[in-house]
Design a protein around this ligand. Structure first.
Ligand code: ADP
Ligand code: MG
Length: 566
């Protein structure tokens, strides 16, 4: 070992390590899933780089992952012949967390171990999960293309620091050795490891090999025999390439956890093979909860792109609109060139057609979820409703379809929970009603008691109550649904059309005449502060109300615009 140095972990890593070790004790076996997932990613990356530089393969072109163990020594080894890491890469990838928002995420942890375990899972535990079961981890790695003399030995006890040194490594790729904690030594067992691989990694497209297991195999018995014989224990064909009818739900779920770095199950998925002018396979998932960085605009959110099974890009966000950025999954194209890049993707007309088709698939998947399972859709809405509400503004062509997926709180029901669809609303309309009424405000408590609702209560007309930040924006782009216009109940002269009876009209006119003088005096007194003072028929209990002119910007939207400096 030369140039050995000891470096400290980034503060965030230390925090994450500490939390992980103390929160994930009930789900320890995920360490193997994480290491195998990284190994598979590494072989994907090598295949991709070798497209342009075939010499990187060094005559060893078949990707492979090997898991070995030594029960006596209490070690597990996970080895891949993928891209490997240079010294600088090892220091940065295995010593820091590069993802933006990490510090914010760590601040949100509560100290409640159960809740935190969930949050950490959502964040993605990754390489550091090795320390759930190991008290010492060694990594031997050499980046493809670098000479054998530029191998790297990385080692740590998962406390504050790690060592790195430069070593000779004949084999490119990465070998990770876990020195198991005393209490976790039982993981060094062939059958147990096989079970975990089957459970979490069957769908991985790279063969995962374990030593051939003979009956009554005693470790160390055959120390004289040379290399162990290996056998592949996973199915090793990329899941999305297999026929739908053959894939079990559990397999779809496990694959989701791999691509989405989530450790819960998705709410729904949609797997499709498209043939004809364009040829591609897509496998889209709706996660069960929002990723912590869903609202960070600078974080790319997208699908994993493959071209003819070769991994090309992570988080390709060219295939779905922003308002569907929570959708995860894979798209594998037969039409794109293998040396496609992000720049090319942005211009390629093929991508435009795929985006249109995939957007429709994703919306169809949500429609199906909404129609099939109200409870699941509620969960979906709780996590992603706000994002979907950006849809009508971004995607004019699909406005009606998106509108059908929206859910609102309304004057029906008091909880403020967003469960009313526009179709539900229309089904409950009063005879003669031809508009969808809504009221925008800051909180449910505030709008619920608004005097603007009095006349609607009196006439038994439902009003949608919109109190999300995006709502003023949303209604700016959504003026009709199913041929019915959406109307703000605070706007100018509220025309209730056929809902207004002749008797109401007469009474109002008389009242208006009787109060003319009062209106004029009030206008004089309020001066510049108001545009007009009118006698209103909206109120049944309150004496006065502030209304917005027909052409004016809604106050909530004005606030948003002012806040953004416009
Ligand atoms: P993620 O996989 O989400 O990026 P991880 O914590 O699992 O996060 O891994 C961190 C980084 O370390 C990876 O992005 C990769 O660059 C590097 N890495 C981990 N394992 C390997 C491996 N077997 N081969 C090459 N690089 C690896
Ligand atoms: Mg990983």
């Amino acid at each position: 070992e030369v140039q050995k140095e000891t470096l400290g972990f980034q503060t965030e890593v230390k925090q994450l390590l500490h939390l992980m070790i103390h929160s994930l004790y009930s789900n320890k076996e995920i360490f193997l899933r994480e290491l195998v997932s990284n190994a598979a990613d590494a072989t994907d990356k090598l295949r991709f780089e070798a497209l342009a530089r075939p010499e990187l393969l060094e005559g060893d072109a078949e990707p492979r992952i090997r898991i070995d163990f030594d029960a006596q020594a209490g070690t597990i080894t996970v080895e891949d012949n993928g891209i490997g890491m240079s010294r600088a890469e090892a220091v940065s990838h295995l010593g820091t967390i590069a993802r933006s928002g990490t510090a914010d995420f760590l601040h949100n942890l509560s100290g409640d171990q159960k809740k935190d375990a969930q949050l950490i899972g959502q964040f993605g535990v990754g390489f550091y999960s090795a320390f759930i079961v190991a008290d010492r981890v060694e990594v031997f790695t050499r980046r493809a293309g670098l000479p054998a003399s530029e191998g790297v030995h990385w080692a740590s006890r998962g406390e504050g620091e790690f060592d790195v040194a430069t070593v000779d490594l004949g084999q490119r790729g990465t070998r990770i050795v876990l020195h198991l904690k005393d209490a976790e030594k039982s993981f060094a067992d062939g059958w147990r490891l096989r079970g975990i691989v089957k459970k979490y990694a069957d769908h991985i497209g790279v063969p995962i090999e374990l030593p051939v297991q003979s009956q009554g195999n005693d470790e160390g018995d055959d120390a004289s025999t040379a290399a162990p014989a290996w056998e592949t224990v996973n199915r090793a064909s990329a899941l999305w390439t297999r026929p739908r009818a053959e894939i079990k739900d559990e397999e779809y779920q496990a694959f989701y956890q791999h691509v989405a770095h989530d450790f819960e199950n998705p709410l729904a998925w949609s797997h499709n093979k498209v043939e004809g002018k364009l040829e591609y396979t897509s496998l889209l998932y709706v996660p069960g909860r929002a990723a912590f960085d869903l609202y960070q605009r600078d974080v790319p959110h997208g699908l994993k792109l493959y071209v003819q099974r070769v991994f090309i890009l992570d988080q390709a966000d060219e295939f779905l609109p922003l308002y569907l950025r929570f959708v995860r999954g894979v798209v594998d194209s037969a039409d794109l060139s293998l040396n496609v890049s992000r720049e090319i993707l942005q211009k390629d007309p093929v991508i435009g057609s795929m985006k249109t088709a995939l957007t429709k698939r994703a919306l169809d998947m949500l429609e199906k979820l909404a129609a099939g399972d109200a409870e699941q859709y509620r969960t979906f809405w709780k996590h992603f409703g706000q994002v979907l509400k950006e849809g009508p503004a971004e995607d004019f062509a699909n406005r009606e379809k998106i509108a059908g997926l929206l859910r609102f709180a309304s004057t029906q029901g008091d909880s403020g929970e967003q469960v009313v669809s526009l179709a539900d609303y229309i089904a409950r309309m009063q005879p003669g009603q031809d508009k969808i009424y809504y009221l925008v405000g800051e909180s449910h408590a505030q709008v619920r008691n608004s005097p603007h609702l009095e006349v609607f209560r009196k006439k038994g007309i439902e009003v949608l109550l919109l109190t999300d930040r995006v709502d003023p924006w949303l209604v700016g782009y959504l003026d009709t649904f199913d041929g019915k216009s959406l109307v703000d109940v605070t706007r100018g002269d509220l025309d209730l059309g056929a809902l207004d009876s002749e008797l109401d009209r007469q009474t109002r006119e008389q009242a208006a005449q009787a109060s003319e003088g009062l209106g004029a005096r009030l206008k004089l007194a309020l001066g510049e502060k108001v545009a007009d003072v009118r006698v209103s028929h909206r109120l049944t209990e309150s004496p006065a109300i502030l209304a917005v002119g027909e052409q004016d910007i809604a106050p909530q939207l004005r606030q948003i615009l002012e806040a953004s400096g416009q």
